[in-house]
Design a protein around this ligand. Structure first.
Ligand code: NAD
Ligand code: K
Ligand code: MN
Length: 348
């Protein structure tokens, strides 16, 4: 391959401050990957306030027709209902069929070579559950009544299950925990649980997952155990909403949301994205932690098979965290976004 075409969608808030850091980390790899070509693309709430759409067709079409992969920053989705607005990241995941959201949460060991205490991967289903966003509001004699559809399909549960088993197989412990609440939601979560558990018995699995140990945990007690004994988890697979919540919770264990990367992955496309949102409380101050985005670039490259480049970025990030003298305020430091980025770049 001659070049790697990478769509950049910074979107809103700190997304615009951290996506340039991810771009620069990729550029710093030089000739160890195909020559990167970046294509800036628009989306987000601010774009919506001007043009009445949060995701222009041109952005989707360019991603589909021209890009090999992409990096997404973060979007500011308002908590109240805004007529005509719909989250562009939720839409992109569906439009590009990026059905898996893979979120490694790893603490950095104090010394090189030491084992991290938290070392897990959340594999989150990325297209359905409550995020199908089918909500209704009706007036009843007892006041308003709001309802939401929660969709769980066998197809989506099977393919996220397959992705999770693959993720577990690739790791040293080969341990997979299925997260659900089927003691209460026996039909929806029951289908998720059953379908994921049956993946090793599918004909196409042909025994390849025999070495993966499978466990399960109700979502509430999973969060409890995550805080008390995070080392018991290796790969966790969950429906969309639980996976979203668990990964933010796990981020607290490693010190900051500003450290946790993800990829949105499908069979034909991958999009790196920091787990955090647009952080309006710190946006515009140049103190956002760029490391989650830089790690997302590495994760994206690893998914595409450029593991040497990914290792170089990850090692540089780990070293900056381990040294601890140039960090953003979320990690107790006093440095600015661009200083942390520069520290990483000179180590790549
Ligand atoms: P958030 O992730 O934006 O912020 C939560 C807290 O973590 C804040 O205190 C913030 O300052 C801090 N934080 C997050 N990222 C950081 C970083 N890189 N460096 C330092 N500190 C960081 O979550 P929120 O405040 O609940 O949501 C804010 C907005 O982001 C909302 O509009 C929400 O809809 C949106 N959001 C978008 C995405 C996405 O783009 N995929 C994900 C989550 C939230
Ligand atoms: K994000
Ligand atoms: Mn989230």
């Amino acid at each position: 391959k001659q070049s790697l075409k990478i769509g950049l969608i910074p979107a809103d808030g700190i997304g615009r401050e951290v996506i340039p850091a991810a771009r620069d980390a990729i550029l710093a790899l030089g000739s160890s990957i195909p020559k990167p070509e970046f294509i800036e693309l628009l989306a987000g709430y601010e774009y919506f306030t001007r043009y009445r759409t949060a995701l222009p067709d041109e952005t989707v079409e360019t991603l589909q027709n021209e890009c090999d992969c992409a990096l997404f920053g973060s979007v500011s989705s308002p908590s109240r209902k805004v007529t005509g607005y719909s989250s562009p990241i939720v839409a992109l995941r569906k439009k590009l069929d990026l059905y898996a959201n893979i979120r490694p949460v790893v603490s950095v060991a104090a010394e090189k070579g030491q084992k991290p205490t938290v070392d897990l991967v959340v594999v989150r289903e990325n297209t359905e559950c409550l995020y199908v966003k089918q909500e209704t509001l009706t007036n009843t004699e007892n006041g308003k009544e709001a309802r939401a559809t929660r969709l769980i399909t066998e197809r989506a549960s099977r393919r996220i299950g397959q992705m999770a088993f693959e993720a577990a197989l690739a790791r040293q412990r080969k341990h997979l925990t299925v997260i659900h609440k089927s003691n209460v939601l026996s039909i929806t979560d029951g289908l998720f649980r059953e379908t994921v558990r049956s993946v090793p018995r599918l004909p196409e699995s042909s025994g390849r997952f025999d070495g993966v140990e499978i466990a399960e945990q109700l979502v509430d007690s999973a969060v409890y155990r995550l805080f008390r004994e995070p080392e018991i988890f290796d790969v966790m697979v969950a429906p969309n909403l639980y996976g979203d919540i668990i990964s933010d919770a796990a981020a607290a264990l490693v010190g900051s949301l500003g450290l946790v990367p993800s990829i949105n992955a499908g069979d034909n496309f991958v999009m790196g994205e920091p787990v955090h949102g647009s952080a309006p409380d710190i946006a515009g101050k140049s103190i956002a932690n760029p490391l989650a985005s830089i790690r997302s670039a590495a994760l994206m490259l690893r998914h595409l098979g450029y593991s040497d480049g990914a290792d170089r970025i990850d090692n540089a990030v780990d070293e900056v965290i381990r040294r601890g003298d140039v960090l953003t305020p979320d990690l107790g430091g006093k440095s600015r976004t661009e200083d942390v980025t520069a520290e990483v770049l000179k180590r790549i």
